[in-house]
Design a protein around this ligand. Structure first.
Ligand code: GLU
Length: 375
């Protein structure tokens, strides 16, 4: 048995559950298996982890509810199936988590929600708020409005984007195989299991091939692609067998898996990206008090901003300078320039009056800020 994975010690986890695990051969939901997964999630939450579940199964469930044959169905039929199935899917999580006194929320995303920076910030703010309230968000693709050009198409990649979005420490892809093999284990009984991947290169991609299961759309190739996205964001990725009861407990106890090692920590990777971004859209000049607060790890509040420059929008990269024009760091704008202008020098309790609506408390959030080492 391989060494156990210290899941309880990981702060923020994204767990992806494939359709083939949740949906029985007769098209119904496998509630008894789901309850074992939920019990594992409850244990992790008890140990202080934040957990987000990215769950497939809406299309498969809805198709059986509406009597749609998925193999012959057209896109609108599949979308109708997703809309119907999503209700039962989230209901099952809500009931199950409720037994442990844990709240549930449904979050449906499309690809542009994670690729467009403004929407990215919105989705992230919502997910952080939910996690802060000790709720387990159940995420799926918003299949009803996602046509081929704009979809992820598989929840492996969606889960990786969510992991990147929330700066998760680990992404766990529960699968119908226990990890990556050098050759396809279904054709080759002697296929060698790969336990640890430090770099995703052509050789690793070659091993993943192009696999497809009947119930879900992800195969090992999309898992490796998901691992590439997540590890690049500093998030360790695990692929393990999900079909056994208590799959997360099993992983923690050392069940066979493949781990794809993260590249640095999530925060460090994010800051690297910010520091290196070339498309800076504007500048905020801040006072000495704000500069000190940033160095202490704080966010940039409107009260400390003296002037601004540039026609930036929410989500754009801004240069942060001090009085002498020295660049202190960079961060993502929480407001567009017109609103930021109204907020110059505003105390927190004055934000609502200046904007005419409640607004957000910071101009640049500390998670979206990098300071240069220049003093
Ligand atoms: N969003 C799809 C569903 O809920 C699943 C996509 C996938 O299988 O990865 O059925």
């Amino acid at each position: 048995m391989a060494a156990g994975v210290e899941l309880g010690g990981l702060g923020r986890l994204v767990v992806k559950v494939g359709s083939s695990l949740l949906i029985r051969a007769d098209g119904g939901l496998d509630r008894s298996w789901l309850q074992t997964l939920i019990a594992d999630v409850a244990t992790l939450k008890e140990r202080g982890s934040d957990v987000i579940v990215v769950s497939s199964g809406a299309v498969a469930l809805g198709a059986s509810l509406l009597g749609i044959n998925r193999r012959r169905a057209r896109l609108p039929q599949l979308q109708a199936a997703a809309a119907a199935g999503q209700v039962s899917l989230v209901n099952a999580y809500e009931t199950g988590l409720g037994e442990f006194g844990i709240g549930t929320a449904q979050v449906l995303l499309t690809r542009s929600d994670t690729e467009n920076r403004r929407r990215f910030l919105n989705a992230r703010a919502t997910l952080s708020e939910l996690l802060g309230r000790r709720i387990v968000p159940i995420v799926n693709e918003n299949d009803t409005v996602s046509t081929d050009e704009i979809r992820y198409g598989d929840n492996d990649r969606l889960a990786a984007r969510v992991a990147q979005l929330v700066m998760a420490d680990a992404l766990i892809l529960l699968s119908d195989v226990d990890g990556l093999y050098e050759s396809d284990p279904r054709d080759d009984p002697d296929a060698v299991h790969v336990a640890d991947v430090r770099r995703i290169d052509e050789r690793i991609r070659g091993m993943a091939g192009e696999t497809r299961t009947d119930t879900g759309s992800g195969g090992m190739a999309t898992k490796v692609e998901a691992a590439r996205i997540a590890t690049h964001a500093g998030c360790e990725t695990f692929v393990t067998l999900g079909s056994r009861p208590h799959p997360l407990e099993a992983l923690a106890a050392g069940a066979r898996h493949t781990v794809f090692r993260g590249n640095g920590t999530p925060a460090a990777r994010r800051k690297q990206w910010l520091a290196g971004s070339l498309d800076v859209a504007g500048t905020l000049e801040i006072d000495a008090g704000a500069a000190a607060a940033l160095r202490d790890g704080g966010s940039l509040l409107p009260v400390g901003v003296v002037s601004l420059d540039g026609e930036f929008r929410r989500g754009d990269v801004l240069r942060i300078t001090t009085g002498g024009g020295r660049e202190l760091g960079r961060g993502l704008a929480e407001y567009g320039h017109a609103e930021a202008e109204k907020l110059l020098g505003a105390r927190s309790d004055d934000i609502e009056r200046r904007l005419g609506y409640r607004g957000r408390p910071v101009l640049v959030h500390r998670d979206e800020l990098v300071l240069f080492d220049n003093d």
